[in-house]
Design a protein around this ligand. Sequence first.
Ligand code: FE2
Ligand code: FE2
Ligand code: FE2
Ligand code: FE2
Length: 300
Amino acid sequence: MTDIIKAVKKDIEDEHAAIIQYLYHAYASPDEELRGKLESIARDEMRHFKWLSEWLVKSGHKPTLKRSEVISRGDLKSLIEADVKAEEEAIRQYIYHKTLTDDDELLTLFDRIIADEKSHWEEFFKILDELNAIPPGAEPLENQKPEESTSELTESQAAILQQALEHEYTSILQYLYHHFTINSGEELEDFAIDEMKHMGWFAETLAEKGFQPELIHSAMESEAGPEQSVKSDLAREIDAIEKYSSAKDKFEDEEIRDLLDLAINHEKYHAESLKKMIEKYEKLSGKRFTIGSLRKETEK
Ligand SMILES: [Fe+2]
Ligand SMILES: [Fe+2]
Ligand SMILES: [Fe+2]
Ligand SMILES: [Fe+2]
């Protein structure tokens, strides 16, 4: 593997870590405006992750779903300090990686990303300044409970939401991987964005109710061909629909029930679109599939 390929892989793993680190910090923030800012920076990192992965695949290499270290715990100020450092590191690394290539497309991409990281650095720095400006003796931001935390969650309800979050995180990665490796237009990428929203709902609900969301994912199936990949995506959607439907009965909180309903509706839409994709593949290969045969195939 050439140096530049290794370098881009490292960049992708760092971008993946940045997405997750900023989401963690967003969920740890009791302030809605700050949460929005952090989530929007995480979305920028997702674009970087995607552009670099697309470049890697175009250059004939497999995408990577590995992730570098993430700083997820600490008081809000120390978290934002870590974010300022992460951006400084990223800027330094991209400037260095520019010296390893003369690929014009990649150089342009690096420049675009460096510009973004600089603006992130400034934003984090401003946030840190504001946190430092809170007068001594005032209630620190992270001790202020968000207003909406009225009803409580039981341990077993929190476990259900944590499991749903893990399912969503795995789906995000799986859809992105399949988006990079299967030529399917924008659809799978759109699904990844939907799943990112779902993950955010579950994580925010956990954080609001005083639980620490864990951004971890399950094992992924990434080496299958296009048809098998889409089938395993469909099996995951059907699984989510079933799990979320039975989870709904375990909650009385109307807001959580509404979130689950909305997620179920999105997953149904994903499932329908995937079925159409599979039908197209089946037409090409002259086979037929049923949900029963699909289950058997993916359980193998
Ligand atoms: Fe980035
Ligand atoms: Fe950044
Ligand atoms: Fe989802
Ligand atoms: Fe879905």
